[in-house]
Ligand binder design. Structure first.
Ligand code: CP
Ligand code: NVA
Length: 307
């Protein structure tokens, strides 16, 4: 994927639909060990929020490419003592080959990208989780072979994960529905962007009706009701979000071959029932594994590794 060399990945729409598909194909080839590019470079991880999957999957992906990882926990760097981001970014740029940033404001990953010549990857912001969406699309492709005619229904909070899924589904030609309580809808700019990306050829729906969203869906997806940074609202959100819980009763409305996805970590008994996440339609562990393959393909591509 020569075209991605040196590029930032701050949001899913930084890629063209054809680049998303090529990246998914490359990830599948890497997972099947049909290609094994080498890239002896150094990845920096600047994570202002907790992470298990993203931190470990990026690290292992980089090691498997032959590279190294430096985990730059902001609490033990000068960042936590107030060093301006543009200064930190310009210095890290001189040491590292690629940087993955997990933070709150999308503007902060944009600042890193503006002041770094090396590629900067969004490892989750409040606005988007684009690396997650790549792994999600890879999982759907593995399960169904193709995206055409499929519908992914996301139930819950109109958050970062919902945003990247809206964009991702629209880009690969899959219908997407997002069902949220009133007042928790996805960002309208993202929804409009998804509609534009769909070119009118696939459905992009935002609704408050979880049953309408689940009907006939091939993929049912959920995420936590209170994201990192919203912990103080977690208790008060539970009754508001209860009708959107991914449980057997809702699963019955979906296609009989439907799969269940969750980006994890999950709160069993809140956004998803224990029966559903542990049930025969759940693909959450394959989905989590695919984070590593999708990000390895992304790293190899932005670093310009010979495939
Ligand atoms: N899904 C996801 O990004 O998980 P982590 O927060 O553990 O990285
Ligand atoms: N929406 C969640 C995703 C965690 C992977 C959060 O931002 O906390």
């Amino acid at each position: 994927m020569e075209g991605l060399k040196g590029r930032d990945f701050l949001g899913l729409a930084d890629l063209t639909p054809s680049e998303v598909k090529q990246l998914l194909d490359l990830a599948a080839q890497m997972k099947a060990q049909k290609v094994n590019p080498r890239c002896e470079k150094v990845l920096g991880l600047v994570f202002y929020k907790a992470s298990t999957r993203t931190r470990v999957s990026f690290s292992v992906a980089m090691y498997q490419l032959g590279g190294q990882v430096i985990d730059l926990n902001p609490s033990v760097s000068q960042v936590s003592r107030g060093e301006p981001l543009p200064d930190t970014a310009r210095v890290l740029d001189r040491y590292l080959d690629v940087l993955a940033v997990r933070t709150f404001a999308q503007a902060d990953v944009e600042t890193f990208a503006r002041y770094c010549k090396i590629p900067v990857i969004n490892a989750l912001t409040d606005l988007e989780h684009p690396c997650q969406a790549l792994a999600d699309l890879m999982t759907v492709q593995e399960c169904f072979g193709d995206f055409s005619g499929l519908t992914l229904s996301y139930l819950g909070d109109g958050n970062n994960v919902a945003h990247s899924l809206l964009l991702g589904c629209a880009m690969v030609g899959m219908n997407v529905r997002v069902a949220t309580p009133d007042g928790y809808e996805p960002n309208p700019e993202i929804v409009n962007r998804a509609i534009a990306l769909s070119g009118g050829s696939t459905e992009v729906t935002v609704t408050s009706d979880p049953i309408a969203a689940a009907k006939g869906a091939h993929v049912l997806y959920t995420d936590v009701w209170a994201s990192m940074g919203q912990e103080q609202e977690a208790g008060s959100r539970i009754p508001v979000f209860q009708p959107y819980q991914l449980r057997d009763e809702l699963l019955k409305y979906a296609d009989s071959d439907a799969i269940v996805l969750h980006c994890l970590p999950a709160h069993r008994g809140e956004e998803i029932s224990d029966e559903v996440i542990e049930g025969s339609q759940s693909r959450v562990w394959d989905q989590a594994e695919n984070r590593m393959h999708a990000q390895k393909a992304l790293l190899a591509s932005v670093l310009g590794a010979a495939i």
